[in-house]
Design a protein around this ligand. Structure first.
Ligand code: IPM
Ligand code: MG
Length: 372
């Protein structure tokens, strides 16, 4: 087995703790890696005006994969106040580091498996096994936004969009615009990834999540491409639904869903819903996957109120490490690790506070490591 280059980005708060726990498990399983710490998070925003310094971007460029913990983000006004005095007043803009990583490295596939492990007291139902594919770089996350709408833009929109008439007399500071941009290629890439996964793993159905009845241009494109791509996979059932209705159906009959694929924002929302049905954020793992790099993370944030207490559930991050093993092609290890997690949950002896127990973050990691 080769020695992988892994960028290790704990970030803030409990991000540090869950990564520490995950390392215990990766070491025990015999994963060979050269781990390099990368600076990321609030401290670097305050000291350097950049929560994701260039040196960390450079590290990512030469890594095979990265494990990322979590980041603390604060509202714009507060963020400005926390800058060191030398940086105050410099008009620095805080941008989410994870969104930047996704966009800079074209990590177009946000893969979020949500499985109800037997014995998890937090399962909403026991037969849920849904894999969410979320487009990860486009849509409302594309970053083309205007807090104060420039005159050129409003006069162009007045000319070309009849629906814009009702806004045309507003002053720039009286409205904002966030654009939703979806490309045919972007839709094709994520939808193909979902169908390829379904084929490889013998999944029966792929459901396209959209709102094409209202958001006709962008979501219409997503659905159209979905229908085209589906033709190449005749053995897989094609299904589609509006995002609003999907939240209801998912809650009503989660066992009927298999693989979901959605544009960025709907994928963000629906993956939290799915996560909650299988135990919540303590179990929600995520892979941000591109062609040459992938960044794996728990979906949860840095939970400042729990920082330093070693009480949060590390399983989301441990399952993210399993995803990393799969992505690197170390599938045997991936299978072994998932089985160890499933066994610990099934036994029910070691449970963190979210599961109703009082095991620490490290107890949980040790329990998983013991099964390996
Ligand atoms: C997620 C998170 C992020 C997102 C935030 C932290 C920027 O909610 O990974 O789901 O919106 O993508
Ligand atoms: Mg989210």
């Amino acid at each position: 087995m080769k020695t992988y280059k892994i960028a290790w980005l704990p970030g803030d708060g409990i991000g540090v703790e869950v990564l520490e726990a995950t390392k215990i498990v990766l070491d025990k399983i015999g994963f060979k890696a050269e781990y390099t710490h990368g600076d990321i998070g609030w401290e670097f925003w305050c000291k350097e005006g950049d929560a994701l310094p260039q040196r960390t971007m450079d590290l990512l460029k030469i890594s095979d994969a990265a494990m990322f913990g979590a980041i603390t983000s604060k509202p714009v006004k507060e963020a400005e106040l926390e800058l060191v005095p030398e940086l105050q007043g410099k008009k620095l803009v805080y941008r989410s580091p994870i969104v930047r990583m996704r966009q800079s490295f074209d990590l177009y596939n946000c893969l979020r498996p949500t499985k109800a492990y037997i014995g998890n007291p937090l399962n909403f139902k026991d037969d849920i096994d849904i894999v969410v594919f979320r487009e990860n770089t486009e849509d409302l996350y594309c970053g083309v936004e205007f807090n104060q709408v420039p005159e050129e833009l409003s006069s162009l929109l007045t000319k070309i969009s009849p629906s814009f008439a009702k806004f045309k007399d507003l002053k720039p500071e009286e409205y904002s615009i966030s654009t939703k941009i979806n490309t045919r290629l972007g839709c094709e890439k994520i939808i193909t990834a979902a169908f390829d996964f379904a084929r490889k793993h013998n999944r029966k159905k792929v459901t396209i999540v959209h709102k094409a009845n209202v958001v006709r241009a962008t979501d219409g494109l997503f659905l159209e491409v979905g229908k085209e791509v589906a033709k190449n996979y005749p053995e897989i059932q094609f299904d589609e639904g509006n995002i609003d209705a999907m939240t209801m159906w998912l809650l009503k009959n989660p066992e009927r869903y298999d693989v979901l694929v959605a544009p960025n924002l709907y994928g963000d929302i629906i993956s939290d819903l799915c996560a909650q049905m299988v135990g919540g954020l303590g179990f929600a793992c995520s892979g941000n996957i591109g062609k040459n790099l992938a960044v794996f993370e728990p979906t949860h944030g840095s939970a400042p109120k729990y920082a330093g207490q070693y009480k949060v559930n590390p399983l989301a991050t441990i399952l993210a490490a399993k995803m990393m093993l799969d992505w690197l092609g170390e599938t045997e290890m991936g299978v072994k690790l998932e089985k160890a997690v499933a066994d610990v949950i099934a036994e029910g002896k070691v449970r963190t506070y979210d599961m109703g127990g009082n095991a620490t973050t490290i107890d949980m990691a040790n329990a998983v490591a013991e099964k390996l």
